[in-house]
Design a protein around this ligand. Structure first.
Ligand code: ATP
Ligand code: MG
Length: 437
């Protein structure tokens, strides 16, 4: 993509109402624009990141045999009356009336909808177990939408649902998700810490939140220091028995504000870390809470009726964009982990308009694209200082910097955004480095 044609409305000034780094940087880099409180439009740069995160989530869900569906954003109130949650959910639910005076709502989550689909379709124990997920916009009329996309009113969530015949099966589905979540976040460069959690309005009795540590996180957490630096996922066979993996993680102390235990913390001594954290996912086992009232049951091998055991598994896809920035930024801007970066390479032409410079940059641009690299080519006729600042701001992992003086000798500069390391090397070696591994 040529930057001269790319729609990326960057801002030099820090937006006054943005309190945390990720919100400021997302606005400044032209990733999003606010439409109304907690509701955002995603511009090309932001959408590319959102899609990269979505793709990783999809791949990891698919890998554990969870199948993708797509349910609507608008649901009939009737469904929620069946589960008893229509009245219980409170003012966070956006309630709508259609032209026929029917009560509808903008879905804050989809347990009812998926249970109805499942109950209508499945009859026999042979159809179980099943896991289904979708990635869809949710609406929750949060009292205090803030921190940009981190606590929005409209936000993108992946929510998965498991249906099993018995508790053992449900526990296996839960374990699969538990471990798969750790892998999902790790692929984004994040070390998420699973913490035992209250089940909230969804109900049930086995639940973990996944948090990443960041100073601007909303919850105050405490955990064993081993969570910061561990290799417990190395060599895990994700197709094998995952109960041991889950036990390793749940065997160490980690708790959010409402679950903290002074006695356990005192016992940990120097091994204890207290910090702030951002919730990037939440998984629940809730047994027959929805399947019972909504009739999700199958006929067992000996003809008896079995009410399904269910769980639900959420990932805050749009929140992750902000959370990743909270984890990876410096004073100059964002520092994207490669797996989610909107482009991998930023090619900076230091003398746009100079025939030799333009030609060399055009060649490198085509070579990189030809080798399958995502490149944002800054071909704008602007001062070098502004180009460097913009490139640092948008945080692409690699900057390939080409100016007339270097190019005369066949040399360019390659800068690693994360380490700041900047080396002068030949055009050929730069291309080789960027296209190998
Ligand atoms: P929180 O405690 O942050 O309000 P929650 O517990 O109500 O979240 P869940 O129902 O567990 O949220 O939703 C699953 C995931 O969706 C959360 O872990 C979080 O990452 C994300 N999420 C929830 N609410 C929002 C929001 N208002 N804006 C952006 N992401 C959200
Ligand atoms: Mg939660």
């Amino acid at each position: 993509m040529r930057l001269s044609r790319f729609f990326m409305p960057t801002m030099k000034e820090t937006p006054a109402d943005a309190q945390i780094a990720s919100h400021r940087l997302m606005l400044r880099a032209g990733m999003v624009r606010q439409s109304s409180a907690g509701i955002y439009s995603w511009l090309p740069l932001g959408l590319r990141v959102l899609k990269n995160i979505t793709r990783i989530v999809e791949e990891e869900q698919d890998a554990i045999g969870c199948q993708q569906v797509l349910m609507p954003t608008i649901q009939p109130a009737e469904l929620w009356r069946q589960s008893g949650r229509y009245d219980a959910y409170g003012p966070e639910m956006l309630r709508i009336t259609d032209r026929h005076d029917r009560d509808m709502l903008y879905g804050p989550t989809n347990e009812e909808q998926i249970t109805q689909i499942f109950a209508d379709a499945v009859r026999s124990y042979r159809d179980l177990p099943k896991m289904l997920y979708h990635i869809q916009w949710k609406f929750r009329d949060e009292v205090r939408p803030r921190f940009g996309v981190m606590r929005g009113r409209e936000f993108l969530m992946k929510d998965a649902y498991s249906f099993d015949l018995d508790y053992d099966g449900a526990r296996k589905s839960y374990q699969k998700h538990f471990v798969s979540y750790l892998k999902t976040y790790a692929r984004m460069g994040l070390k998420a810490i699973p913490m035992a959690a209250d089940t909230g309005p969804i109900g049930g009795d086995m639940s973990h939140e996944f948090l990443i540590l960041a100073d601007t996180g909303e919850s105050e957490i405490a955990c064993h220091k081993d969570f910061l630096d561990n290799n417990w996922l190395d060599g895990v066979d994700f197709d094998g028995d995952l109960s041991g993996v889950m036990d390793t993680f749940t065997g160490k102390y980690a708790a959010t504000d409402d679950k903290r235990d002074p006695a356990q913390e005192a016992a940990l001594g120097d091994d204890l870390i207290t910090a702030r954290g951002i919730e990037v996912g939440h998984i629940f086992y809730f047994g027959k809470k929805y399947s019972e009232p909504m009739g999700a049951k199958v006929t067992g091998p000996d003809g008896q009726e079995i009410v399904c055991e269910m769980g639900s598994y959420g990932i805050g896809v749009s929140r992750l964009v902000g959370a990743i920035i909270e984890a990876f930024h410096d004073d100059a801007g964002i520092i994207w982990p490669e797996a989610v970066a909107p482009f991998r390479v930023g090619l900076i032409n230091l003398r746009a308009g100079d025939a030799a410079c333009d030609q060399a940059c055009q060649e490198m641009y085509e070579q990189l694209m030809g080798a399958g690299q995502d490149v944002l080519y800054d071909d704008r006729d602007e001062r070098a200082g502004g180009k460097f600042a913009d490139m640092d701001l948008i945080g692409l992992p690699w900057q390939l910097i080409a100016g007339p003086r270097g190019l005369e000798k066949g040399m360019v500069e390659l800068k690693n955004r994360a380490t700041g390391e900047r080396v002068e090397i030949s055009r050929e070696s730069a291309l080789a480095r960027l296209t190998q591994g």
